[in-house]
Ligand binder design. Sequence first.
Ligand SMILES: CC(=O)N[C@H](C=O)[C@@H](O)[C@H](O)[C@H](O)COP(=O)(O)O
Length: 394
Amino acid sequence: MSSQVVIQFMPRDIAQLLKPLESGLIVSCQAPADSPLNHPTIIAAIAESVVAQNAVAVRIDTPERVTAVRQRISAPILGLWKQKIPGYEVYITPRFEQAQALAEAGADFIAIDATLRDRPEPIEILIQRIHQELGKLVVADIDSLESAIAAIQAGADMIATTMYGFTPATEGCSPPAFDLLAEILEKSNVPVICEGKVNSPELARQAIDLGAYAVVVGTAITGIEAHVQAFDAALRKKIPALLIERNDTYHFALFTQEHPSYRNYVRSKLRQYNPETTSANGYFDQSALRGLPIEIFLLDDRDKVKAGLVSLTRWNWLLIEALWVEESIRRQGFASQLMHLAEQEARRRGCTEALLDTFSFQAKEFYEKLGYEMFAQVDDYPSGYSFFQLKKEL
Ligand SMILES: CC(=O)N[C@H](C=O)[C@@H](O)[C@H](O)[C@H](O)COP(=O)(O)O
């Protein structure tokens, strides 16, 4: 491995360099160490296939694999090198020499472990050298707000939530790190990548809607072994019944956890029964039953949600499911406006009634002021509270 300096300037227009990643999918093409897939040629083929499907960049471990991937794609590569160094806990590109090898192999960004754990080289020096001696941008893999702030102060160009839930300090936290993402965005303008267990397209979309600059997805896309294990486990697992009562022909099985297969079967049978018995009007046809959403949100200039109303219209009814206003902007009329807009849209659809429920610690009086009338009250539900149902003619 050569120790010569690769590029001796720090790119000035960082925003321009980050642009290709904006709102995009970065695929982490890694395989478990002992996997037959963990071979440079295979990783490179996976990288090429995901870039062909519009992934904006790939995240690649080890210079050897970065070299192989660089030969197959021109899209940006986020390079990292997982290296355990005795006496230290940080393991993602812990030293400059690893960053240099990645840069020489063709990585455009260098990902480093930027958690606040013992490290072999001070983070400021590591980032400064990556900038000045390699001319590469730094993605700081953090686990907490404190580590994000420290990485930004040390000069990181991007933050990634990679380590959230994977360090002793964040043990028990479950990624994806949406709350942490929001906290970092409140405090800084540095682009934040949401990474770690973004396990579905819906979660990836959610990350971007929460303000993530880009999303890294690994296992959910490239984790063949993990997927096979999950299928295998599902086929092997029989959910245990707690209590079984028998008569001559049948037996009752009681489950204290969800039983998706049986539950879905029962629900689908009921869904068949309903329209069969009310066939003339179509009220219980699937689409009628699902209703039509009315979802209204109050957004700030960065499209962050400050208040929202989630509802739907079914038959001639508006059903209000959730209404929330951020604490700092309460009592300014936003909730009333949200209700007004929902009712207006429901009326436009021909609805004549609205229905909602609320608890005694929530906002019954607010709804009553808007003309809703309580028609049902359940006390001690839960103990010490009451549950109300209210309706209004539109
Ligand atoms: C914690 C750590 O070492 N994460 C690693 C970082 O490169 C990878 O093992 C992850 O696969 C990657 O972060 C993507 O996450 P997910 O596979 O959950 O989509």
